[in-house]
Design a protein around this ligand. Structure first.
Ligand SMILES: Nc1ncnc2c1ncn2[C@@H]1O[C@H](COP(=O)(O)OP(=O)(O)OP(=O)(O)O)[C@@H](O)[C@H]1O
Ligand SMILES: [Mg+2]
Length: 144
């Protein structure tokens, strides 16, 4: 059964903390699909995950909008996708990216709206909504 958890944050620092907390539940093969508009806080939450799991403390985390994928060094490698410019699943397949779903890393996927129908069954979904200037709602649907 999927569990749904809703969290409201009132600063980017609080959203980073949600990422740090969530990182404890991630392991080899985990796939986290982010949903939500521009500026809703997807990369901010990912900063928390990477900060908690990475071996390098000063790692730079940004949306890989033009290159689609950033890879961060960690005990379990982290694959950070931004699919804003990926048109559809065929475009995704043509770049060979589905291989990452079955590799020994953690996949964090911004703009997963563009490949929704090919995400594996045990994907964790994080839907982010801009509520007020510094307020975001974070809805986590998981199968932990
Ligand atoms: N509660 C909050 N949680 C997260 N970010 C917040 C919050 N309040 C304000 N912000 C600000 O909102 C912006 C969120 O930007 P971020 O890059 O994380 O969004 P994004 O969803 O990744 O956007 P994009 O689709 O363009 O990649 C940042 O400038 C951040 O400082
Ligand atoms: Mg982003």
């Amino acid at each position: 059964m999927a569990k749904i958890k809703k969290i409201i944050t009132n600063s980017s620092k609080e959203t980073i903390q949600v990422g740090i907390d969530l990182s404890q539940n991630l392991k080899k093969g985990s796939i986290v699909a982010f949903l939500g508009d521009l500026g809703s806080g997807k990369t901010t939450l990912i900063k928390g995950i990477v900060k908690a799991l990475s071996e390098k403390k000063d790692i730079n985390v940004n949306s890989p909008t033009f290159v689609y994928l950033n890879i961060y060094d960690a005990k379990t490698p982290i694959y950070h996708f931004d699919l804003y410019r990926i048109k559809d699943k065929n475009h995704f397949y043509s770049l060979g990216f589905e291989e990452y779903f079955s590799c020994a890393g953690i996949c964090l996927i911004e703009w997963s709206e563009n490949i929704l129908d090919i995400l594996p069954k045990d994907t964790i979904f994080i839907k982010m909504t801009h509520q007020k200037e510094n307020q975001r709602e974070i809805e986590i649907t998981n199968t932990f």
